[in-house]
Every structure is written in structure tokens, then in C-alpha cells.
Design a protein around this ligand. Structure first.
Ligand code: ADP
Length: 487
């Protein structure tokens, strides 16, 4: 062990391409891979769901321990991530993880009734690997936990004797907190003394995430602005008090994007590839998109894209109002998304009213999302809150300036087109502060005015296209954080 290269255990409940339900999987696939590429000795720890076991057919036994919550032994298997040399440790306990259904939910959509023990076990194994109990040749110097499913790991380490590597707790989604009844405390073999406000008690229950936030040595979230916002009631989901108390060890590190997959010069999904130097080809993508979506074939009509889950969080109601108002002013909209049925229907109805100006595609379509990013002129993200957000980074890379609510990662990744930033040439998009329809309308109108000035617009596009949102940047920041911890 050298201080320069700590051994890291990256504990997570999902990682692309093994298993994915959301953004956590993207980060858990990309960040350890970027750290591994930098020469860091890192291993992912993940439950042995069926999809994980089938994709790792040559896994070998790394260690084993008695299951503290159920009969029999837990095997920890070692393998590599698909088409990679990045090591992955798999928590194999078939009665908990090797079953049909999702990682968190049964086939019908209800949570698994034993999630408390399933993710209690994932947390327990993460802690055990760092503890004196692990006699294998590889012991992590540091444990990096992600979201509530691994939140108990620092609590176990606190109460066990012996080796205690530092723990980083990363919050990807504060809305999910892993809350279970107080009767779980003895089942999880946690000491009764842990069940207090200065511990893992959370409004009378046990919260895995609160345990992580309380006992971890460092807390991170996925953007610096979001790290500040969650210390206040509006976006703190009830945890603002503790997060504020721990602000000295709380920071934000931006997620990266896959710069290979999202590259307009090489994107196989596009009818015409382009770069900042050949923006003429972007116009061809616009014409192709208008044709594909049945919009009026009009090179001069500003075309605004929305690709998102259709939910309150993403500001879908606001988007609906803005589309209604601005379609009448000649703006075109291309929406791709799925989510809450009532809002989906409202979007579909609006598209029927303005078939040549509004296109609505309900569904999830990776390839179409690339064509929309390339063919649109602007990208709208009126999110109520956004821990980091990805689409605003994709759209900058595709020369499609984002128009976004000034919240979370959107603030940290978009340079607002103020007169100062326009003058200095580093503006890349548009931010609006008030989460209201007039403010959002005005931001789109502001974008349309600049769009009418090709010189200014091209500068905005090319400043965005030159930004480096690679995972390597994020990985270097995490590495700095790892090295700042006493190991
Ligand atoms: P969140 O993870 O909160 O949904 P992000 O902006 O961080 O939001 O990431 C969402 C990702 O999912 C982006 O890559 C976005 O393009 C993609 N996405 C969302 N909805 C769709 C859809 N209907 N079709 C294709 N891609 C989608």
C-alpha cells in the first residue's frame, strides 16, 4: 500500500453494463473504469443478480463468510467487467439476489419485502471486506459507498473492533433513503445504541442513507451546486439538517459523460456527422429530423428538443405550458420521453393541435435521442431540481445550446449567455432563475433572438462543443478526494 495509490472498494447496487435501472448504473460503470484507466487499484462490489452472474460466467471464489442474517454462507466471487479488465466482486447469496425480477422490485413493481436484509447484506459485505475479518490478499484502504443500498457499511465499521478504513458516501439520488421500521435494527445485527438521532434513527425509523451520511468520513454528491442546495429545506428531502451539520465534509463532484458514445463526428445514429467546423452538416440533421417527425420543413424555425422522463422533477408541466405558448410564435418542439400518464396525454394532445410545430414521441429510444440532440437547435431542461443531469452536457457537445432552470448540476455545467459571457466568448447556454412559465418563456425567447444572429450563435455552439465533460476529469477529482483521506 502506498499513499499514492490507495486500494478502493466501490460498493454499488447497479453498474452498467451488468445491470441498470438509472443513472447510478452509468456512474458505477464509468467512474471505476476511468479510475482503473488512471492506474488506480479499484474493485466494484455488486450483488449477484441473475444478469450479473450470466455476464460473469468465469467468476472465481475470492472469499466467503457466514450470512449474518440467514442460513448458509455468502460467497464473494471475483470477475472482470464485460469486455474490460476492471475487477468486480460479486456478492453471491442466491436466496437474496439470484431471483427473477428487478434489483429492487418484484415483477409486478412492488418492492422486494426483504430489501432491508438484501441491501443490509450488501452493506455488511462492503464493511467486512474493509474489516479485520477479511484475511484475503486484497484489503481496501478506502470504501466508496453509493446511495442508500450501501449506506450501512460505515455504521458496521464504526461498531466493529479492528481495522476501519475511511468511507466515502456518494448521494446520487436523495429522494431514495432506504427507510425501514425500527424492528430491523436487531435483524441487521446493529447495536441498539446506534438507534438514536446521533446515529441511524430517522424520524422514528431506520434510514440506510442517513446512516451513510452520519457515519461516513466524507460525503459527496454529483455537483457542487446540488451539494449546497440539499442543505436547505426545499431540496433536502428531510435530511437538510444533518447535511448542513456535516457541510465541512460534504462536497460535489460533477459526473462525466461518455465522450465516445456522444460524439457528433463519429455517432453512428446520425444521418450526417459533423463537428464545430462543419456545422452545415448539423443543418442537414435538422432537415432529416423535421422530416422524420413530420414537422414543417423549415430551416429557419428554431427547433427546441426535450428528452427526459416525464415527471414533476423534470418540470414537465412547465414544458407543456412553454410549448403551448411558443408554438404560436413559430417555435418548433421535438419531445421524446415517458413517465406520468396524465402529462404524456397532455403532450400528445398538444401535438395534435400543432402537428407541424410540435412532435411528441412517448417511449424510450436511445437512437432517436441521438438524432434529436443533433437535429435540434436548442435543448430545454426546466427541471425543478437536477443533481447533475446529462442531457445538457450531451447537447453542448452536439452544438445544441441548453436552456435550463438554474438548479444543481445545470448551473455548474452551463455558462449562461449574459452580456459578459457573450463578450468573453465562453457562453454555452441559457439559465433562468424563477421556476415559472413567464421566466422559462423568456429564456427560450432570449435564445431565439440570439439564434437569429448566426455569428453569435455559432460562437455559442462552438464554445459548448469544445467543453471537456469527460469522465477522466471527474475521476481525477475523486482521486484527489481519496488521497486527502488518512489511510
Ligand atoms: P435522470 O437520470 O434524472 O433521468 P439525466 O439527465 O441525468 O436524468 O439522464 C437521463 C438519461 O436518460 C439521459 O441520457 C437521457 O438522454 C436519457 N433519456 C431519458 N428519457 C429518454 C427517452 N425517453 N429516450 C431516450 N433517452 C432518454
Amino acid at each position: 500500500m502506498t499513499p499514492a495509490s490507495p486500494k478502493i472498494l466501490f460498493a454499488t447496487s447497479e453498474a452498467h453494463p451488468l445491470i441498470k435501472t438509472g443513472g447510478l448504473a452509468d456512474v458505477s460503470g464509468a467512474l471505476p473504469a476511468a479510475l482503473h484507466a488512471l492506474g488506480v487499484d479499484i474493485k466494484i462490489l455488486i450483488p449477484g443478480y441473475p444478469a450479473v452472474l450470466t455476464q460473469c460466467p468465469h467468476a472465481t471464489l475470492f472469499a466467503q463468510l457466514p450470512n449474518p442474517f440467514a442460513p448458509g454462507r455468502v460467497e464473494i466471487l471475483e470477475s472482470r467487467m464485460p469486455e474490460s479488465t476492471l475487477p468486480v466482486l460479486i456478492v453471491r447469496y442466491d436466496a437474496f439476489f439470484n431471483r427473477e425480477g428487478g434489483p429492487y422490485q418484484q415483477v409486478g413493481g412492488d418492492d422486494w419485502l426483504d430489501n432491508v436484509l438484501r441491501f443490509g447484506l450488501l452493506s455488511y459485505v462492503a464493511a467486512w471486506l474493509g474489516s479485520s475479518g477479511n484475511a484475503s490478499a486484497w484489503q481496501p484502504d478506502l470504501i466508496h459507498c453509493n446511495d442508500w443500498q450501501t449506506g450501512l457499511a460505515p455504521a458496521y465499521l464504526r461498531f466493529w473492533p479492528g481495522r476501519k478504513p475511511p468511507v466515502i458516501m456518494t448521494i446520487h439520488n436523495l429522494a431514495y433513503q432506504g427507510v425501514f421500521g425500527p424492528e430491523s435494527i436487531p435483524l441487521l445485527q446493529l447495536p441498539a445504541e446506534s438507534f438514536k438521532m446521533q446515529g441511524l434513527e430517522y424520524y422514528g425509523n431506520l434510514s440506510f442513507l442517513k446512516a451513510g451520511v452520519f457515519y461516513a468520513d466524507r460525503i459527496t454528491t454529483v455537483s457542487p451546486t446540488y451539494a449546497r442546495e440539499i442543505q436547505h429545506e426545499t431540496l433536502g428531502f428531510g435530511m437538510q439538517g444533518l447535511l448542513h451539520e456535516r457541510r465541512a465534509v460534504l462536497s460535489g463532484i460533477l459526473n462525466g459523460i461518455d465522450m465516445q458514445e456522444w460524439d457528433p463526428q463519429r455517432d453512428p445514429h446520425l444521418p450526417h456527422r459533423y463537428s464545430a467546423k462543419q456545422l452545415g452538416n448539423k443543418a442537414k440533421n435538422k432537415a432529416a429530423l423535421q422530416q422524420e417527425l413530420g414537422l414543417a420543413l423549415d430551416a429557419h424555425a428554431p427547433l427546441v428538443a426535450i428528452i427526459s422522463r416525464i415527471t414533476y422533477q423534470k418540470g414537465s408541466y412547465l414544458a407543456l405550458g412553454v410549448m403551448h405558448d411558443l408554438a404560436r410564435e413559430g417555435v418548433q418542439f421535438a419531445l421524446l420521453g415517458m413517465g406520468e400518464t396524465a402529462i404524456e396525454l397532455a403532450f400528445a394532445n398538444l401535438a395534435l393541435e400543432h402537428p407541424d410545430r410540435i412532435s411528441v414521441t412517448i417511449g424510450y429510444a436511445e437512437d432517436m435521442s441521438h438524432r434529436i440532440e443533433a437535429g435540434a437547435d436548442m435543448f430545454l431542461m426546466p427541471s425543478h431540481y437536477e443533481p447533475c443531469g446529462l442531457n445538457q452536457m450531451y447537447s453542448q457537445r452536439y452544438g445544441t445550446p441548453p436552456i435550463a432552470h438554474a438548479t444543481g448540476g445545470l448551473v455548474d455545467t452551463i455558462v449562461n449567455a449574459t452580456p459578459t459571457h457573450l463578450a468573453s466568448g465562453d457562453a454555452t447556454g441559457f439559465l433562468f432563475r424563477e421556476m415559472t412559465r413567464p421566466a422559462c418563456n423568456e429564456a427560450v425567447r432570449r435564445a431565439v433572438r440570439l439564434y437569429r444572429d448566426p455569428q453569435v450563435w455559432q460562437q455559442l455552439q462552438s464554445a459548448g462543443m469544445q467543453r471537456d465533460f469527460s469522465w477522466q476529469n471527474s475521476a481525477l477529482e475523486y482521486l484527489k478526494l481519496y488521497r486527502s483521506l488518512p489511510i
